[in-house]
Design a protein around this ligand. Structure first.
Ligand code: HPA
Length: 185
């Protein structure tokens, strides 16, 4: 946890104010297709770990509020960038698990009931630390595959890489447009 979130602490120390996180995720929401992008509205931390565990850091809050982890203004900018690039962005709740195995179909059925739309193995620790440091956060998932038991076939890392490869130009366009809008604010 300390290692994965070190970069966020370093960026905050350099004076960065806003952070856009990206990840690959499995689609739980049945309306999602491989290659879709999902703007995170919230998350569920099922990693079994929290990056703020351990010794308190002087000057930083220990009990960090996560009521609005993903900043509404940055989310709006992402949707605006989606419109400009003619890319329909999904929105939803990201559930973070530790991995590195993929989930079982029973787990995915349970996550559906918990209110999750996509599942992945990252992002939440970074978002929590960013909020502790007072950064505004936005995050976007590339839905690389239907989650276990949803798409009727087995999961593989090769499929994740293949989908990411297919949509990388779209992703780059979206992020470039987002950064232009961000700069124009
Ligand atoms: N589960 C967890 N993490 C992932 C997945 C998935 O199906 N796809 C890409 N990252």
């Amino acid at each position: 946890m300390e290692r994965v979130t070190f970069a966020v602490r370093a960026l905050a120390a350099f004076g960065i104010k806003d952070l856009l996180l990206t990840n690959a995720a499995g689609g739980i929401n049945k309306n999602f297709r491989a290659g879709d992008f999902m703007v995170l509205t919230d998350h569920i931390n099922l990693m079994g770990a929290n990056p703020l565990r351990g010794a308190a850091i002087p000057g930083l809050p220990r009990f960090v509020d996560l009521t609005e982890t993903y900043d509404i203004k940055l989310r709006e900018l992402l949707f605006k960038a989606g419109k400009i690039t003619r890319l329909k962005l999904q929105r939803g709740v990201y559930i973070a698990v530790s991995g590195p195995s993929y989930e079982s179909p029973a787990e995915i059925r349970a996550f559906t009931k918990l209110g999750a739309d996509a599942v992945g193995m990252s992002t939440v620790p970074e978002a929590i630390v960013a909020r502790q440091c007072g950064l505004r956060v936005a995050a976007i998932s590339c839905i690389t595959n239907p989650a276990a038991g949803i798409g009727g076939k087995n999961l593989s890392h090769a499929e994740v890489l293949e989908t990411a490869e297919k949509v990388k130009t779209l992703a780059a366009k979206l992020l470039k447009t987002f950064s232009q809008l961000y700069g124009d604010q």
